[in-house]
Design a protein around this ligand. Structure first.
Ligand SMILES: CC(C)(COP(=O)(O)OP(=O)(O)OC[C@H]1O[C@@H](n2cnc3c(N)ncnc32)[C@H](O)[C@@H]1OP(=O)(O)O)[C@@H](O)C(=O)NCCC(=O)NCCS
Length: 236
């Protein structure tokens, strides 16, 4: 299977959200931060779709698809769009002194507004435990302030998800390399957080990441461990 990585488009959003929801269904962070008895999948879809629209403009939001063979790519008018095999969303590096642009401020405002509309439309947050979300944000800020030592900032892998039926077939590697190659050419470090130790830590080590720190998110007796990993640029 030959895979290509393309920027996310509006038309890709339903497929991209489906892959994220499927790949994260058993994710430990997801289970910790959402109350399963109140979880609203459609509310979650709308929230992720809003995040995708934000990401098209403000992040490196990409999708992996099977590359059309030469014969199918010439008959595009009749062929259906390729299914989304995987998705990744990276935040580009930002120095501590980079001022926020008006366009980024506006996009953030639109995202917050859309999430507020979703709250109204669905009478709530669809099972999101907001206290836990803020526990995670605060632990994340602490971890990043301890780990992030490069003033040029980091490529931050915010989401990576490969469809369940195509995991372990090289899709994740192609998605990662679409960004890590840029990071290498710029000499910039990368960062990610995984809530799965097995097998993800090993998978990310294959991509050149190493463990920097664990992050404990605790709400009473309920704990979610996150694994903070960084990657140094390759020189050759
Ligand atoms: C984690 C994930 C993105 C990896 O993508 P993938 O397409 O399955 O990974 P790949 O097939 O490209 O494998 C990448 C490397 O990891 C290795 N690998 C894959 N699965 C592995 C496993 N279960 N154990 C050990 N190594 C593994 C592969 O051999 C490959 O290394 P190589 O290219 O040097 O041989 C994907 O499995 C996924 O979406 N999982 C569920 C959702 C999730 O956990 N998302 C991340 C949250 S932080």
């Amino acid at each position: 299977m030959e895979i290509e990585v393309l920027p996310l488009t509006e038309a890709d959003i339903p497929g991209a959200v489906a892959v994220i929801q499927q790949a994260f269904a058993d994710d430990p962070y997801f289970k910790w931060v959402f109350d399963s008895s109140a979880f609203n999948k459609q509310r979650n879809y709308d929230s992720l779709a809003a995040r995708c629209r934000w990401g098209i403009k403000n992040a490196i939001f990409q999708v992996a698809k099977e590359k059309p063979s030469t014969s199918t790519s010439t008959s595009t008018s009749t062929s259906s769009p390729s299914p989304i095999l995987g998705v990744s969303c990276w935040l580009p590096p930002k120095t501590a002194t980079d001022p926020e642009t008006w366009s980024s401020w506006f996009s953030n405002w639109i995202l917050s507004f859309n999430q507020l509309l979703n709250n109204v439309r669905y009478f709530g947050r669809g099972g999101l435990r907001t206290n836990r979300y803020w526990i995670w944000k605060s632990q994340q800020e602490k971890a990043q302030s301890e780990i992030w030592d490069d003033p040029r900032g980091y490529y931050f892998c915010n989401i990576v998800a490969v469809g369940n039926d195509v995991q372990g077939k090289g899709v994740g590697r192609v998605l990662f390399e679409a960004v890590t190659k840029i990071a290498d050419s710029e000499g910039v470090k990368c960062y990610l957080e995984s809530s799965k130790d097995e097998p993800n830590v090993k998978i990310y080590e294959r991509m050149g990441f190493h463990m920097s720190r664990t992050m404990e998110c605790r709400d009473g007796e309920d704990v979610c461990m996150l694994y903070c990993m960084t990657r140094n640029p390759k020189t050759e």
